[in-house]
Ligand binder design. Structure first.
Ligand code: SAM
Length: 349
């Protein structure tokens, strides 16, 4: 069947597809550079054409819906504003170089390789967090890691990470319409603030408290979001929030739960429930889980093989919908696109 796409959506979709192609090329280039310089070849198990076709079909659907969401006014076209070209391409060689270090850690299965800078932060942080997630250099604990992180994630998802992050916004806009006047949001595990930016563009008047365990990531988020007002930044743990009961209208996270042990996932949702006002909303974007997909199940199995993600397998087998319901949340709505799902739930009155 021929898909009809209105003109404005065509322009935004065309831009997003070109952007995605750029990141896909960078993704394919990393194993190439590694092979040329070290002779190491990555398994092509995951690159079977049929699997790739299924994945790219999902990617296309996600980018198309993202363009439609802009046209519908859920969020403005500014969410697509690119970073400066020079900044982007000056970072790319650093990412190639970092790729060797990641690959070495992967082949040695070494997920506790920390510099002095990272070691300084480690001692005060929970045990489950003291590791190089994804085998990335510095884990979440250095300025360099924070500088490369967003670009590396976009490479991993062929330029679809931002669109996946935005999946939560239409759900919350239906529940909390308007520009955010008088509303106070809390984002936990905010990292470098990528979803915070999109939330602020969708809700310019909302106050957002931005929380993360990582000082360097939080500092980077502060730099990245300097043009916005009504933001505050708090270093803290999502499972032990330093806030009074019933303070927030909306609590949310993005790509956090798959990196937590099951018991901590439960505690994070419990804390979210506690700090939400009665009637408030709880939202999350995270990886698909086993029950959400047949076509992409291979990717859910491959991900923790290629990247250090010790809690991911358990995450995929324990639906977040069940955890939300068990903590007392009701009216659970969902959406999914490419490798992510978004859930929105209510704390009853
Ligand atoms: C995969 S990153 C996602 C970052 C960001 N939300 C995004 O969309 O790019 C996970 C983030 O969660 C943070 N994090 C992990 N465990 C945490 C916890 N228990 N409390 C608060 N933040 C945590 C990490 O420091 C990291 O910034």
């Amino acid at each position: 069947m021929k898909i009809k796409i209105p003109y404005q959506d065509k322009v935004t979709l065309g831009y997003s597809l070109a952007r995605s192609a750029g990141f896909a090329v960078q993704q394919l280039s990393l194993p190439f550079f590694e092979f040329v310089t070290t002779g190491r070849r990555k398994s092509h198990h995951a690159l079977e054409p049929q699997k790739m076709r299924a994945a790219y079909a999902e990617l296309f659907k996600l980018l198309k819906r993202d363009s439609e969401n802009i046209a519908k006014g859920y969020y403005p076209v500014e969410v697509l504003k690119p970073e400066k070209v020079a900044q982007h391409f000056l970072r790319y060689p650093r990412i190639i170089y970092d790729g060797y270090a990641i690959s070495k850690r992967r082949s040695e299965k070494d997920a506790r390789d920390f510099s002095e800078e990272a070691e300084n932060f480690l001692k005060d942080l929970p045990e489950y967090y003291q590791r190089n997630f994804h085998f990335q250099t510095g884990g979440y604990l250095t300025r360099q890691s924070a500088e490369l992180y967003e670009h590396q994630v976009e490479i991993l998802f062929s330029g679809a990470a931002d669109a996946m992050r935005r999946l939560i916004i239409p759900l919350v806009k239906e529940a909390l319409p308007g520009d955010g006047s008088g509303l106070h949001f809390l984002e936990v595990g905010a990292g470098t603030g990528r979803l915070t930016r999109f939330m602020k563009l969708a809700y310019p008047k909302a106050k957002i408290t931005v929380l993360d365990l990582s000082y360097p990531y939080l500092k980077k988020a502060q730099d990245n979001l300097h043009e916005f007002d009504r933001l505050d930044f708090v270093q803290g743990a999502a499972e032990d929030l330093p806030f009074q009961d019933a303070k927030f209208d909306f609590v949310y996270s993005c790509f956090l739960f798959h990196e937590l042990p099951h018991e901590i996932r439960r505690q994070v949702i419990g804390e979210g429930f506690r700090v939400l006002k009665p009637g408030g909303c709880y939202g999350l974007v995270d990886s698909l889980q086993k029950e959400d997909t047949k076509d992409l199940e291979w990717a859910l199995e491959q991900f923790p093989v290629d990247f250090h993600e010790p809690f991911y397998k358990n995450y995929t087998m324990n639906p977040m919908e069940g955890l939300l319901a068990a903590q007392g949340f009701t009216d659970i709505r969902r959406d999914q696109g490419f490798f992510a799902k978004a859930l929105l739930a209510r704390r009853g009155l």
